[in-house]
Design a protein around this ligand. Structure first.
Ligand code: ZN
Length: 322
């Protein structure tokens, strides 16, 4: 079901710059209890900032997460944390190991979603890492194969989706950055996604995929049972538009119009140009406007500058087509 939002809804992908005091406290090894007040302060501050900028769908900023896979692995039963491995570029993460049956013990992000939503009247997007990526970015020492590990994760993570739903979340984003790595496993990713979303017809599901070789999974990826794909567009020089020309994009899209890898703040005109490129091949009703993923790698000042340019550009484009 489509949420009630203005044309070209604006949002952020998920992560926002972590305040220095949280980074410092994490370096010192503070535990979750001690970190929580700092993380709540950061959420309060960023909800205000997002409202002031004028975003339509807000995020909690993921300040409470170290890493998108390790965070969920630590909160599920069945994982042990392994050593540091390189994921992409110069990013390192602690690769979890599945050592026994995966079990959902308790709600993971639900209290954060509830807290964040209590601070604003705007809808807050709930965000969790998907089963395919959890499987792909972990070592599996327990399940006989990747499929069984992935489907077991889907059955457990689905409980988190249900709990988010019960708490009131109606826009839920499932992050699956690993999905494009092995095109031959797309049917498995689809099967896992079906388990995740099953029976929740009044939820608007977004699937975030980044740094992918989309030419190998497009248009098949359109079969995933979700409503909106959040894709990194600016960093790939909008190559995807070529693919959309050849085969129409049939879902909604959260269209990345901000290059988060650059310190330089885009001008309103630059962003308008990128939105215009989306409008050349897509219906305005299909398009959400957001940055590429990884806003947390920018300073707060840069992130705010970029989001402001994005919202202003969207307003101007909206006015020209409404
Ligand atoms: Zn991403």
């Amino acid at each position: 079901m489509k949420p009630d939002l203005p044309l070209l809804p604006t949002t952020a992908v998920g992560s926002l710059p972590k305040p220095p005091e949280i980074l410092e406290a994490r370096r010192k090894g503070w535990g979750a209890k001690k970190l929580e007040p700092l993380e709540k302060n950061a959420i309060r501050r960023w909800i205000k900032i997002q409202e002031e900028i004028g975003l339509d769908v807000l995020v909690d900023g993921e300040f409470y997460r170290g890493d998108m896979v390790a965070y969920f692995a630590q909160n599920l039963e069945g994982f042990r944390m392994g050593g540091l491995v390189r994921s992409y570029g110069n990013r390192y993460y602690r690769k979890p190991i599945i050592v026994k049956e995966v079990k959902y013990r308790k709600p993971i992000t639900v209290k954060w979603w509830k807290f964040t939503q209590s601070l604003t009247k705007k809808p807050v997007k709930a965000i969790l890492t998907g089963p395919y990526t959890m499987m792909d970015w972990s070592f599996n020492e327990y399940y006989p194969d990747r499929e069984q590990a992935c489907l077991a994760l889907a059955k457990e993570l689905r409980k988190e989706v249900r709990n988010l739903y019960k708490a009131g979340a109606r826009i839920i984003q499932i992050d699956e950055p690993a999905i494009s790595a092995r095109p031959q496993e797309l049917p498995l990713a689809k099967k896992a996604m079906e388990i995740m979303v099953h029976g929740l017809d009044d939820v608007y599901f977004i699937c975030h995929i980044c740094y992918g070789a989309f030419e190998y999974i497009y248009p098949q990826m359109l079969e995933l049972p979700i409503q909106n794909f959040d894709l990194e567009m600016s960093n790939s020089e909008l190559d995807l538009m070529e693919l959309f020309h050849r085969h129409p994009f049939t879902k909604d899209i959260s269209f990345g119009v901000i290059d988060v890898h650059s310190h330089i703040i885009e001008t309103v005109d630059q962003v308008k140009e990128r939105i215009q490129k989306a409008l050349n091949v897509l219906n305005p009703r299909q398009i959400w406007v957001d940055p590429d993923c990884g806003l947390k790698t920018r300073t707060e000042e840069e992130a705010i500058g970029k989001l402001k340019a994005m919202v202003e550009a969207t307003r101007q484009v909206r006015a020209s087509i409404e």
